[in-house]
Structure formats: structure tokens, C-alpha cells
Design a protein around this ligand. Structure first.
Ligand code: ADP
Ligand code: MG
Ligand code: MG
Length: 907
């Protein structure tokens, strides 16, 4: 090798025997695993890999590194010597495949080209050697077709059409029914297409074929689809791809040959067994392309027992070696088995948990490793109600699983009907070609959303995920006709009002009502199903074990966002270690609204005091119940946050009412005053208006009433021998002065309550950090706060200058499609912006007050990636909705394990 690397000292080509699975950065995933299998002495057709480094040089400089050509020649020579024939040699050609393979497998990279080396000259030699003329011409036509399409950029349809014509002319349907003569004619037709479309002949020089294909792989790194995918997945744009040159083996040599794919265990259930598909007399992607019907892998045992046994043996070797489920691609050439690819395989959420615990039991991995093999997104999926597997269903079609859940309802094709029907108590599924901001009301009203166009970042998908609503998008088989209020799928017509069922976890759409069953995992968290029971569900046991392990290793505590005893109790069952956010605004709604109105309308101190005194006992009772439900655990109560107008009647409705009354000359004094108040409080931009601590400072007595209710409730619980742990949280603070004023008043009230009840109270007082200014002055704010809770929803809004409701529905789709961010910053914390503020505020706060308690209570608290970030910046806890608690617990455990192992939780 030394002669080819002496110029730069860099080695651009690795034989399969030289690499290993840890070299994914350099050799790409496919190349690294081909090398690993080669080293395991598995039957891999010999070959070599051109490194990502060579690709990077090409991408930077616009041409291949000068040393590459000779290095490839050296490796090709070695390969030719090993195989005993030369690339494209006329009487007995060596053929190769050229396969892309980056570190992360990604869409948009060049498709593999098989049979490189075949030409007008060598096709006869191949026929001679194989003793099969048909095979040789079949291989050649595949080469011209694949090369024409992927390397030369000819529209693939043209070849498909020519192939269809050839079959039609012969009156057959399968490509295997074409004989050598037909295929020879087809090659001629294909070559004609190439010449016509590219203005040049199909290249006959084998090395030129290979070099062109390699360059095409390099170029495909910067294809539109690949770039977009990378931007969305935050895969760096400068990694480059490797190229694998692999000597051909042939599955299309007759019935004793074939090609297949397999999993070492069932990717759906995790069960060990024989899972895969096999297709006789076929090459490459035929097996997954659906051109002919495949047979289950188990049938291979009868077709070719020896190959089957060898395959089973190899699968076991791979599992033991990778210590995980692997998927593989293989080919059988005249009774001889060849391995063409392996990698750690994708799996369903349930299988991930089962496989992780199975591997622990088999002694292949330890619990820490098992924890890395599952994740919160999978757990969340397992917690959605699901369609009954035993139900008889009629599958209508399938789209992209955009937002999980199982939704059933009557089909409606416009927003207006969705809203109208749902108001009268119907459950509806909103079906559109695609949605836009005008559909928002309908989306809110619907149980689920179904579109025939658009991907994971389409408007429907983004908004549905934001709302936690079931959504399947891009179900292209559905022909949605909104004008005629119906959709057609194949021969089936679904009219408005027909019931459909939509599975947002699988993307499947059914006709009729599929019964929904609760998730066994939720039954387990609710305590209605026990992991220790004899008949315990295997999945439940696996989840239980992983949760127990996560709880043992995690450092982050997990609290719940809950406002009432019922939610608090559920949160506790789900493992909450306290309440991180109790919003008090819900305590001002319903029949209490009138009291709030009176408070707002009060002209005199006396009226105001009366209103507050009416609210006090009600609030106190709310807190007594909450503290009882959370006995012994911290409960952070946030004082009133939203702007007051939210508690008043709608401005239009009220105006109409007043106008009508005036027309009748029936003046209602109260309504008039209310209307004035509504006008007075009306804000252009309520998000940035009179809310949070600003309210507390402007409406005398409001916050002190709330503090009193909390303190008295705590005292009452203490008297009842309870263990209340209330914490008082001030929202929307921007400067320490605001906090100081509120704190002084609160301390006075607490002292009064202590004196009056004789119960010693020590309630912690802290603040939310949800404004950039608060984050930037966190060092000062910590002087007056015993804890910070990062309100990352508002912080995201204010840091980005986004009003969430407005932006998600209007332009987020465009932003996601342009790759400005890969995921909405309201779903996953924006590490570089919002996250940076959290990090610096946490540090500044702790610098002032080393024992400052730090938590987060935005929705990010239940988002897996964000949890890892919060672990990393050293927060004490995350707080999330009760239903997300298990996810947060699991991810907090994973964050602990992953950071311990110095790995990144990235993707
Ligand atoms: P992908 O990344 O899309 O899986 P692959 O490079 O694995 O692409 O190749 C596509 C198909 O061609 C697969 O079925 C693979 O097994 C087959 N294939 C690739 N190289 C060879 C080869 N040298 N001999 C036979 N089949 C091959
Ligand atoms: Mg492919
Ligand atoms: Mg493959």
C-alpha cells in the first residue's frame, strides 16, 4: 500500500479486510460493517472501500485526490488477482457493484449500481462462464438501466416503460419470462435511450464505468434530498460519503440462486426466530421492490437446506457479535451463500424494550447498555391507546405516522363541518389534501387529522404534534375530493359521515370503527397491571425493568405539572417526585369567574377586599386537596399568570349583548361596566402585556390573597399531621426589584398566618425564568429567589420573538421545510439560543446562591432530547405533564448513563 499513499501520507482506500465497525466515520456504515463481517470470516464477496476523506477532498476541490486513481488501481489489481479475473475481461469478466455508504444512512444518496464491468464485449464471456445466456443479458440490461438512471441521470421511467413494452409484446408479466433474445433486444433499446438522452454511448470501458459511478456517488452527497435531510437531522454537511466496490455475486443465475433480507429477531416483537423474505432467481433490490412475490425466509429451508443452515449460523454469530438485533442482505449464488450487508436493525417500540431486556438475560449486555437501547419516544408510543389487534379491520391505506395516537371518527372534509359536527357531540376525523392555517379550528375540533399530501414537516404534521393530536399525513393512495366531500381509495369511496379510524403510530388508515384498547403500559403505570404477576404481559415486564433501572441511575428528579388533586395523584402513580408547576388560573374559572369579574370591576378598596375574601377560602381548599395528594413532596404553586381579560367575557359577545340591551332600552349597569373593563384591558399583544408579576404589582391584594391561601392550606395540613411542602413561584419576573416587592409582601403574609395559626411555616419563594432579561440578570434575581424554574415555553417565545399560536400555524412549515430548524423549538429546546440562556442563568444563579434549586417546567421538561440537555446543564429536576413523567424518568436515566460513558445523546 505504501506506494499509493506516499504523496499525502493519507490512505484513501481500504480493503474489506482492513476495516472494522468502529471506522464508520471513515468507511461509512456499510463499509465498516462489510469489513467487520469480513474479519469475522463470514462469506463477504471481496472488495474495498473508498473513504469519506477522499469524498471530502473531491467536494472541497472539485476533483478526486490525485493519489486516488493509483490507489484504486492497486486495490483493483489485488482484487483481480484474488478473483483470478479482470474487471470486464471479455472471456470471463470480473463484475463489481458500486455502493454509496455514509456514516448515517440517508435518503437521496446514489442508488447502488450492480454489474459494473459488463459491456458488449464481455456479455458473451459472462454467458459462456455461467453457461447461461439469459443470465448474462439480464445482468447487462440491469447495468444499463441502473447506470443510465443513477450515474447518467436518465429518467428511470423510460427504462421501465421499455421493459413493460417488452413484456407486453411477449404477453408475459414477469421479467423472468423474458428469454435471452428478449433481453438482448432490451439492452439495445436501453442503450438507445441512453444515447438519445445523454448524447453519448453507454460507456464500454469497465474502468470508466467504475470511475463514473464513484464520482456519481460523491456528487450525490450534495443532491437536494440529501442536503435537506441533513439540515433537518442536523447531520454536518461536510462528512462526505464512502464508496464501496464489491465483487458481484449473482442471485439471478436460476432457481438455485436468489436474494433475500432477514432480521436476526422479529423487529416487531423482538421474538427470536426466522424473519425475512427470499426471492429465487433475483438480483439486488428485486426482493424489496415487489416485482414478484417473495417467500418467507422459513421456506428457504426446503428450497436450499444447506444455505439455510449456514444463514442461521451466521445470524447467530452476528447477534452474539453485535449484541443486538441485526438486519442483513444476502444472496445465494448456485447454492452458495454470500453476505452483502448487515447493520443494527430498526425495530418497533415494543420490540426495543423486549430485546433490551432479553439481551440482558442472555448475558450479552448489561443494564446500562440496555438503557441506551430504548428511548422516551418509544415509551411514549407505547403509552398511546391503540387499536385492538384482534379486531377485524379493513385497511384503506397508509401514510406517514406524523403524530401518534388512535383516533376514530366520522370523515369530514372541511374545517367548518368539523367544528359544526364536533359541537353537536360527534367525533370527527378531518381529511384534507393538505392543511393550512385556515384549517386550525377544524384541527382543534377533530379527533384526528388525515392528509394525502405532505411529509413529517407539513403543516398538518407540525400543528397536530403541537396539539398532541393524532395525525397521518401524506397518505398518497387516498384521493381526497374536498369539493364533493369524499375520498376514493382503490375502488372504495368514503363519503362525508362515514367512520374511519386513523393510527398515528403506524400511519395506517382503516374504514369503519376499529375498537380502541388502553395501552397495557399505561395500565401498568396506573397500577392496574402488575409486572410481578404470573400472567404479566412481557412488554410490561420489560418496561418495568427498564424504568426501575433508569430510576436507580438518574440524577434529575422528575416532577409533574398538575393543578388539581386528581392529576396530582395520577402523577404520583406515574412516579412524580413533586409538582413543579401548579397553575392557579384554573382556580379562577367556572363559577368563580363572577368573583373575578367583581375583583376587576371593583372601584373601591372595600369592594376589592370583599371579592378577594370570597376567593380566599375556595383557593385554600384547592391547595389543601393538592397538598394532601402530594403529601411529603414539594409542590410549586405559581401565582396568577395570564392577563385578566382572559377571565372576562369575549369582547364581541359582550358588545352585542350591550347593544341589544340598549336597543331594548334595558340598560344593564353591570354589563356596561364590564364592557368598559374589557376595553380597558384589551391588549394588542397580551403575551407581552399586563400579566404575571405585573398583575400582582398592579392589582392590590391579589398575590397576597393567593399567598395567604397557600400558607393557610399548608398550616391546615400540618395541623392534620400532614407534611405539606409548598413552594411559591412568581411568574414573568424581568428584574429583581419586582421580585423583592412581591417577596416582602409574601413574607409578611406568611408571618401573619404563622402567628394566627401557631404553625411554623417555611415556604420557599422563587421565580420563573422566562424572559431574556431575567435570564441575563439571573445573578441578581437569585438574591431574592430560593429557586428558579425555567419556563421554557415563554422563554422560547420571547427569545425567538415567536408568538407560538401564530407561528406554528402559519410559517413553521416553511421554516421546517427550508431546514432552518429540524424540529420546532417548542418541541425540543433550542440548545444554542434558549438553551444557552438557561445554561448561563443557571450558572449565574448558583454563583449568587450555591444552594439555588433549579428546575424546568416548560413542555420541554417531557421531551427526550431536552431532558438530556437539562441533565447536562445541571438542573435539579424537570417538570412535565403527568402523562410524560415516565418518558422523563427514562430519559433522565439514559442521560445519566450516556454522560457517564462520555457519549453524546445526539441522534
Ligand atoms: P442500499 O444502501 O440501498 O441497501 P446496497 O448497496 O445494499 O444499497 O445495494 C442494493 C442491493 O444490491 C441490495 O439488495 C444488495 O444486497 C445488492 N448488492 C449490492 N452489492 C452487491 C454485489 N456485489 N453482489 C450482489 N448483490 C449486491
Ligand atoms: Mg437503496
Ligand atoms: Mg443494502
Amino acid at each position: 500500500m505504501s506506494e499509493s499513499t506516499e504523496h499525502s501520507g493519507q490512505k484513501f482506500v481500504y480493503d474489506f479486510t482492513e476495516g472494522n465497525r468502529d471506522l464508520k466515520d471513515l468507511l461509512g456504515g456499510k463499509g465498516a460493517n462489510l469489513a467487520e463481517m469480513t474479519n469475522l470470516r463470514l462469506p463477504v464477496p471481496p472488495g474495498f472501500t473508498i473513504t469519506t476523506e477522499a469524498c471530502r477532498v473531491y467536494l472541497d476541490s472539485g476533483s478526486e485526490p490525485p493519489a486516488l486513481r493509483d490507489e484504486v488501481s492497486a486495490h483493483l489489481d489485488a482484487l483481480e488477482r484474488h478473483m483470478g479475473k479482470k474487471l470486464g475481461q471479455a472471456d470471463d469478466p470480473l463484475l463489481v457493484s458500486v455502493r454509496s455508504g455514509a456514516k448515517f444512512s440517508m435518503p437521496g444518496m446514489m442508488d447502488t449500481v450492480l454489474n459494473i464491468g459488463l459491456s458488449d464485449a464481455s456479455v458473451a464471456g459472462l454467458a459462456q462462464q455461467a453457461g447461461d445466456e439469459r443470465f448474462a443479458w439480464d445482468s447487462y440490461r440491469r447495468l444499463v438501466q441502473m447506470f443510465g438512471k443513477t450515474v447518467l441521470g436518465v429518467d428511470g421511467e423510460l427504462f421501465e416503460e421499455a421493459l413493460d413494452e417488452a413484456k407486453a409484446a411477449k404477453g408475459v408479466t414477469d421479467d423472468t419470462d423474458l428469454d435471452a433474445g428478449d433481453l438482448r433486444a432490451l439492452v439495445k433499446a436501453f442503450k438507445g435511450i441512453v444515447t438519445e438522452r445523454t448524447g453519448r454511448e453507454f460507456p464500454q470501458d469497465p474502468r470508466e464505468q467504475m470511475d463514473l459511478a464513484v464520482r456519481a456517488v460523491f456528487d450525490s452527497w450534495n443532491g437536494d434530498r440529501a442536503r435537506l435531510y441533513r439540515r433537518q437531522e442536523r447531520i454536518p454537511g461536510d462528512l462526505g460519503t464512502a464508496v464501496n466496490i464489491c465483487s458481484m455475486v449473482f442471485g439471478n443465475l436460476g432457481p438455485d440462486s436468489g436474494t433475500g433480507v432477514a432480521f436476526t429477531r422479529d423487529p416487531a416483537s423482538g421474538q427470536q426466530g426466522v424473519y425475512g423474505d427470499y426471492l429465487q432467481n433475483a438480483q439486488g433490490e428485486d426482493v424489496v421492490a415487489g416485482i414478484r412475490n417473495t417467500v418467507p425466509l422459513a421456506d428457504l429451508e426446503t428450497i436450499d437446506k444447506a444455505s439455510y443452515d449456514r444463514l442461521m449460523e451466521i445470524m447467530e454469530t452476528l447477534e452474539n457479535h453485535y449484541k443486538d438485533l441485526c438486519d442483513i442482505e444476502f444472496t445465494i449464488e448456485r447454492g452458495r451463500l454470500w453476505m452483502l450487508q448487515t447493520r443494527v436493525g430498526k425495530r418497533t417500540a415494543g420490540a426495543a424494550f423486549r430485546i433490551a431486556t432479553q439481551l440482558v438475560d442472555q448475558g450479552l449486555i448489561d443494564e446500562a447498555e440496555a438503557l441506551k437501547r430504548v428511548n422516551g419516544a418509544q415509551l411514549a408510543q407505547l403509552m398511546f391507546p391503540r387499536f385492538d389487534e384482534n379486531a377485524t379491520v379493513e385497511l384503506l391505506g397508509r401514510g406517514i405516522a406524523a403524530s401518534p395516537g388512535a383516533a376514530v371518527g366520522k370523515a369530514v372534509f372541511d374545517s367548518y363541518t368539523a367544528v359544526k359536527w364536533s359541537r353537536s357531540g360527534e367525533r370527527v376525523i378531518l381529511i384534507r389534501r393538505e392543511t393550512n392555517p385556515d384549517d386550525l379550528d377544524g384541527m382543534i375540533a377533530a379527533e384526528g387529522i388525515l392528509t394525502s399530501r405532505g411529509g413529517k414537516t407539513s403543516h398538518a404534521a407540525v400543528v397536530a404534534r403541537g396539539m398532541g393530536k393524532t395525525c397521518v399525513c401524506g397518505a398518497e393512495d387516498l384521493d381526497v375530493d374536498t369539493k364533493r366531500r369524499r375520498m376514493t381509495v382503490g375502488g372504495t369511496v368514503v363519503e362525508e359521515g362515514d367512520v374511519v379510524s386513523v393510527d398515528g403510530s403506524t400511519g395506517k388508515v382503516y374504514l369503519g370503527e376499529v375498537p380502541v384498547v388502553p395501552s397495557p403500559v399505561v395500565e401498568y403505570f396506573e397500577g392496574r397491571m402488575h409486572a410481578g404477576a404470573d400472567d404479566a404481559d412481557e412488554l410490561v415486564v420489560a418496561v418495568h425493568r427498564m424504568m426501575a433501572y433508569a430510576d436507580r441511575v438518574r440524577r434529575l428528579r422528575v416532577r409533574a405539572n398538575a393543578d388539581n388533586a386528581e392529576d396530582a395523584l395520577r402523577a404520583r402513580r406515574f412516579g412524580a417526585q413533586g409538582i413543579g408547576l401548579c397553575r392557579t388560573e384554573h382556580m379562577f374559572l367556572g363559577e368563580r369567574r363572577e368573583m373575578v369579574e367583581r375583583l376587576i370591576l371593583a372601584d373601591t378598596d372595600e369592594e376589592r377586599t370583599t371579592a378577594l375574601e370570597q376567593l380566599l377560602p375556595l383557593q385554600r381548599q384547592d391547595f389543601v386537596e393538592l397538598f394532601e395528594a402530594m403529601d411529603g413532596l414539594p409542590v410549586t404553586v405559581r401565582l396568577l399568570d395570564p392577563p385578566l381579560h382572559e377571565f372576562l367575557p369575549d369582547i364581541t359577545e359582550l358588545s352585542v349583548r350591550v347593544a341589544l340591551a340598549e336597543a331594548r332600552e334595558d340598560h344593564n349597569e353591570n354589563d356596561l361596566r364590564l364592557l368598559q373593563a374589557v376595553h380597558r384591558l384589551h391588549e394588542q399583544n397580551p403575551m407581552l402585556g399586563l400579566r404575571g408579576v405585573r398583575l400582582g404589582l398592579v392589582i392590590p391584594g391579589l398575590f397576597t390573597m393567593q399567598v395567604r391561601a397557600i400558607a393557610e392550606a399548608a398550616a391546615a395540613r400540618k395541623n392534620a399531621k400532614g407534611d405539606p411542602r409548598a413552594e411559591i413561584m412568581i411568574p414573568l419576573v424581568g428584574t429583581v426589584q419586582e421580585l423583592e416587592i412581591v417577596r416582602d409582601e409574601a413574607e409578611q403574609v406568611m408571618a401573619e398566618v404563622a402567628a394566627a395559626t401557631g404553625v411554623a411555616l417555611r415556604l420557599a419563594l422563587g421565580t420563573m425564568i422566562e424572559l431574556p432579561r431575567a435570564a441575563l440578570t439571573a445573578g441578581q434575581i437569585a438574591e431574592a429567589a430560593e429557586f428558579f424554574s425555567f419556563g421554557t415555553n415563554d422563554l422560547t417565545q420571547t427569545v425567538w420573538g415567536f408568538s407560538r399560536d401564530d407561528v406554528e400555524a402559519s410559517f413553521f412549515t416553511a421554516y421546517l421545510e427550508k431546514g432552518i430548524f429540524g424540529v420546532s423549538p417548542f418541541e425540543t429546546i433550542d440548545r444554542d439560543g434558549v438553551g444557552a440562556l438557561v445554561r448561563s442563568a443557571a450558572a449565574a444563579g448558583r454563583a449568587t446562591r450555591p444552594d439555588l434549586k433549579l428546575g424546568v417546567c416548560g413542555e420541554h421538561g417531557g421531551d427526550p432530547e431536552s431532558v438530556h440537555f437539562f441533565h447536562g446543564v445541571g438542573l435539579d429536576y424537570v417538570s412535565c405533564s403527568p402523562f410524560r413523567i415516565p418518558v422523563a424518568r427514562l430519559e433522565a436515566g439514559r442521560a445519566a448513563v450516556l454522560s457517564r460513558h462520555g457519549a453524546d445523546s445526539g441522534r
